[in-house]
Design a protein around this ligand. Structure first.
Ligand code: HAM
Length: 434
């Protein structure tokens, strides 16, 4: 018997940090994905879907054991079959696993993919931070060229500009593995000299993940960080050339960017370019990250593959992007506002109404079906409230004569039509929409 949840009283409340998408919120999320997929399509990406659970090592090896999302925030599943699976905290490692599993390196390179869906992080929920969060991700796998770093940023920027908000790209480079080794040495050396001035939490990070000390939010560490050596001044020649190309490309593409020496990102797999999309608030102040990403040339090898596979990608936080958008920009075109409200009185009329529903469907007419016990007047009131332009009434008389009463809610005119006449009426309406 599986154990019951500790929160017995909360059966009618979604789990902490997770939520239902209802009404407009459902359609906004759907609308965001539709728009994002369409923009990604224009820039040459195609879709992929990977499972929501993966083997734990995909993330412990890929993202890094000492990163917050792996060390503290992963949802673990020990299956009945004895597998150790986890609910994906991010999408990149799973996409890389899929690229290797399906031998995509034998196809023309690079492979450009987009994906979306829920991700899970057992973090402290607060505004803009959920335990079931939604992302839209882009990955370009199989090329080292800096042009692809630019293409990723450009596509993400275009998607986020749909919010109607001011978006700035913060960017930095962590260089290649040689640069990173040299930089870490310099950085550790610097922090050791200032060990007593940084926070206790950051002192602990020095031995596990010194780069994270650099983007610490602790006030005393922030002060020390002001004079810390920067990675950009440590870049070797080829890493510098890569970064210069990316910056030049962003300028060409007309993308607002700012170089930020303290940007390192929270996941271990990054090398070379790292970036975040920052949204600005109404007062022109930088607010929070709607997305981020970077190059991850070492991920495949970190996961245990025997070759390096160069790649670059990004993840957009869908929850935050929708919350930041100027009103309703993501309502999808396919949101179905009904054309007809279909009042049927009496249960014995079912067969006629099935037939009519088929006629409506064949003519692409959207209908709300409302079997009624109460009066027709009540149904008309509901249709009026829902702003549905036409009402269909199928009562006993209509069912017997195989007719339907059609009421125009704007001018309140009514006419009775045979099913064939109604079919023709719908065909005409389709040809000459109001
Ligand atoms: P990430 O920065 O961890 O990167 O997440 C990307 C975005 O997801 C964040 O900028 C944020 O908007 C959103 N996000 C993260 N955590 C939460 C949360 N708890 N609640 C709501 N939104 C959240 C990645 O996941 C990388 N896989 C991105 C990447 C792709 N790098 C290369 N390829």
């Amino acid at each position: 018997m599986p154990k019951e949840s500790k929160n017995k009283n909360n059966l009618f409340q979604s789990p902490k940090g997770m939520r239902d998408f209802l009404g407009e919120k459902f359609y906004e999320k759907q609308g965001f994905y539709t728009r994002a997929e369409s923009i990604a399509g224009y820039y040459g990406f195609s879709g992929i879907e990977t499972p929501i659970v993966e083997h734990a090592e995909v993330f412990t090896k890929g993202v890094g054991e000492h990163t917050d999302i792996v060390e503290k925030e992963m949802y673990d599943l020990h299956t009945r079959g004895g597998d150790h699976l986890v609910m994906r905290p991010e999408g990149t490692a799973g996409v890389m696993r899929s690229y290797i599993e399906h031998g995509m390196s034998s196809l023309p390179q690079p492979i450009m993919l987009y994906y979306g869906g829920p991700f899970f992080r057992h973090d402290k929920p607060q505004k803009g931070r959920y335990r079931q969060l939604y992302q839209f991700g882009l990955e370009i796998i199989g090329s080292q060229k800096p042009e692809y770093d630019v293409l990723i940023i450009q596509t993400g920027f275009r998607i986020l500009k749909e919010t109607g908000r001011n978006i700035v790209v913060k960017i930095n480079s962590l260089g290649d593995s040689e640069t990173r080794k040299n930089y870490l040495k310099k950085l550790i050396n610097y922090y050791q000299k200032h060990e007593n001035e940084i926070s206790k939490k950051d002192r602990g990070r020095l031995s596990t993940n010194p780069l994270r000390v650099l983007d610490s939010k602790e006030p005393e560490t922030k002060e020390v960080n002001k004079n810390a050596p920067t990675c950009l001044e440590t870049l070797n020649t080829s890493s510098k050339a890569h970064f210069d190309m990316v910056i030049k490309g962003l300028s060409e593409a007309g993308i607002n960017y700012e170089i930020d020496h303290t940007l390192v990102r929270g996941l271990d797999y990054y090398s070379h370019t790292v970036f975040e999309f920052i949204v600005y608030d109404e007062n022109g102040q930088p607010s929070h990250a709607l997305g981020g990403g970077g190059r991850y040339d070492g991920l495949a090898r970190a996961m245990g593959y025997n070759k390096d596979i160069p790649a670059v990608g990004l993840g957009i936080g869908v929850d935050r992007t929708i919350e930041s958008a100027k009103k309703k920009v993501f309502i999808p075109q396919n949101k179905q506002h009904p054309d007809f409200y279909f009042i049927q009185t009496g249960e014995e009329l079912n067969n006629a109404s099935f037939h009519l529903r088929e006629i409506l469907y064949q003519n692409n007419a959207k209908v709300v079906f409302a079997p009624q016990k109460g009066s027709i007047g009540q149904g008309l009131g509901i249709a009026e409230n829902l702003k549905i332009p036409f009402v269909l009434i199928l009562g006993k008389d209509e069912a017997q004569d195989k007719t339907i009463t059609l009421r125009n809610m704007n001018n309140r005119e009514q006419q009775t039509l045979t099913f064939d006449e109604f079919d023709n009426y719908l065909k005409l309406m389709k040809k000459n929409p109001a």
